[in-house]
Design a protein around this ligand. Structure first.
Ligand code: PHE
Length: 488
């Protein structure tokens, strides 16, 4: 097999890596997904599980993923492969990297559709959509967009063309500059909205909703969603962070850069929640409003503000930029792999994969209208039920909570709640158990108690937590505990 060379590209500094990785992490996951999933899953308890997961699983694994990238200096599949070989392990570990590459493709397909909604709002706001806007008019507006496949397709295409163009040109030049100015600008706008929400919205209700945990609202599936959301929001488990780690200069401290990225990402998600829920409660909108929540609430805030149209425009622009910097990191692994393995020119790889992702995106796009009642997993109900208590009366699809998933819901759930945590689980075994401690601790620049703590978190806490959450979600854990008389 041809030897695949390590990449020579490096970020110009540690700060650039932090900005790029933060650019990857901060995106629709924070501003679109976090608030709507918190709303759907009952608030405080979900937020608490999310935060615990970010701290105990996300941060340690982020360090592990950067480590694999910087040590491997290649695309995810080959980085895993090289490190496994060097440690005398089976080269089949590269499959974990390959799985991540595929996951990135799947995520980008629906990510681009949602980013397209934000893009569509830019001309709409410029055209006076916010004048005299009410909760009802904004809701109608969004539904109008969702009913219009052509318009969504236009913006889905536009978003992918920009992403492909940036990746084709090589991510270093454009990305470094974009992230340096635009990410802080987004943060400032979020803070401004936060002040607005605190003054004009029902801030107390929002605080209560987000930070008083009601554990009865948690179900096995919602716990899995919190874990999946943490992976999604931190860009973990598919090799995006690994890929950026491959460009990280030798001298940078991995724990420090990882902590910076996790902190920034979590702060932005919490602020997004604190911006959106005061408006939700003040307008008496349903908290469990689903994927449209952000697109229905923020326009209302802007409509009520002085210079609201200008601010709304700027905000949507920044949101699109944040989505672009995430999308780039979803596309980069497969493009880097095609360059290194298939020896394709970068531009061709970006274009070809972009085309495939575009077509795949149509599944999600049509889920908003024509295929709104196509439920690909409903067929699971025909599978024989092995556990009486679990699926006798309701069937598998219903029991697993996937009976009413559209293609969009399926792609989203499969990637966030299955593939990313699975990638994280394998990563935790790989870096926590299989590699030589000496090599890992030296590359991480940690020794003694700190390294031991990291190792315990990765090796036991992350691994066991992910396994339990998986078993819990498919009902196996409850079944086994039931055998011991424990009611779960
Ligand atoms: N973290 C990104 C966001 O929050 C999405 C993403 C997921 C990017 C996985 C890369 C990998 O928008």
């Amino acid at each position: 097999m041809a030897q695949v060379g390590a990449t020579e590209t490096r970020w110009s500094s540690r700060l650039t890596f932090i900005l790029a990785a933060t650019g990857s992490a901060v995106g629709l996951g924070n501003i679109w997904k976090f608030p709507y999933e918190v709303g759907q899953n009952g608030g405080g308890a979900f937020v608490l599980v999310y935060l615990a997961c970010v701290l105990l699983v996300g941060l340690p694994l982020m360090m592990g993923e950067i480590f694999v990238g910087r040590k491997g200096r290649r695309n995810p599949a080959d980085s895993y492969g090289e490190l496994a070989k060097a440690a005398g392990r089976t080269p089949a570990w590269r499959l974990i990297g390959s799985m991540g590459i595929v996951t990135g493709i799947l995520i980008l397909s629906f990510y681009s559709v949602v980013a397209g909604w934000a893009m569509a709002y830019i001309p709409d706001i410029a055209g006076g959509m916010l004048d005299g806007a009410t909760a009802e008019s904004v809701g109608k507006h969004l539904e109008g967009l969702w009913a219009d496949s052509d318009r969504m397709m236009f913006w889905h295409s536009a978003f992918l063309i920009i992403t492909v163009a940036i990746v084709a040109l090589g991510i270093k030049g454009g990305l470094e500059r974009a992230v340096k100015y635009l990410m802080p600008a987004l943060a400032v706008m979020m803070l401004m909205l936060l002040v607005y929400g605190a003054v004009a919205g029902d801030f107390v209700a929002a605080l209560k909703f987000l930070f008083t945990p009601d554990f009865s609202a948690l179900t096995p599936q919602s716990i899995l969603s919190a874990v999946g959301l943490a992976f999604f929001s931190l860009s973990l488990g598919m090799g995006a962070v690994l890929m950026y780690g491959a460009y990280l200069p030798e001298a940078a401290s991995i724990p420090r850069v990882a902590a910076a990225v996790v902190l920034a990402d979590t702060a932005i998600a919490l602020i997004a929640g604190l911006v959106i829920f005061p408006i939700v409660f003040a307008e008496q909108l349903p908290a469990a409003g689903g994927p449209g929540l952000v697109f229905k609430t923020l326009p209302l805030a802007f409509a009520a503000m002085p210079y609201g149209s200008v601010l709304g425009l700027v905000f949507m622009l920044l949101l699109v930029v944040a989505a672009i910097t995430s999308a780039i990191s979803l596309l980069e692994p497969v493009v880097s792999w095609s360059e290194q393995r298939l020896k394709l020119p970068r531009w061709l790889a970006a274009l070809a994969w972009g085309g495939l992702i575009w077509a795949l995106g149509l599944l999600s796009l049509w889920s908003m209208n024509d295929w709104g009642e196509v439920y690909p997993l409903a067929a699971l109900d025909f599978a024989p039920c092995l556990s009486e208590s679990f699926c006798a009366q309701r069937g598998w699809a219903e029991a697993l909570g996937v009976a009413r998933l559209t293609w969009f819901g399926l792609l989203d759930g499969l990637t966030s709640n299955v593939l990313l945590p699975l990638g994280g689980l394998m990563l935790s075994i790989f870096v926590g158990r299989l590699l030589d401690h000496y090599v890992v601790s030296e590359e991480l620049g940690m020794s003694g108690i700190l390294y031991a703590l990291w190792n315990v978190l990765v090796r036991y806490v992350a691994r066991i937590a992910i396994i339990l959450v998986f078993l819990n979600a498919v009902g196996i854990l409850g079944y086994v505990l039931g055998l011991f008389g424990v009611d779960w």
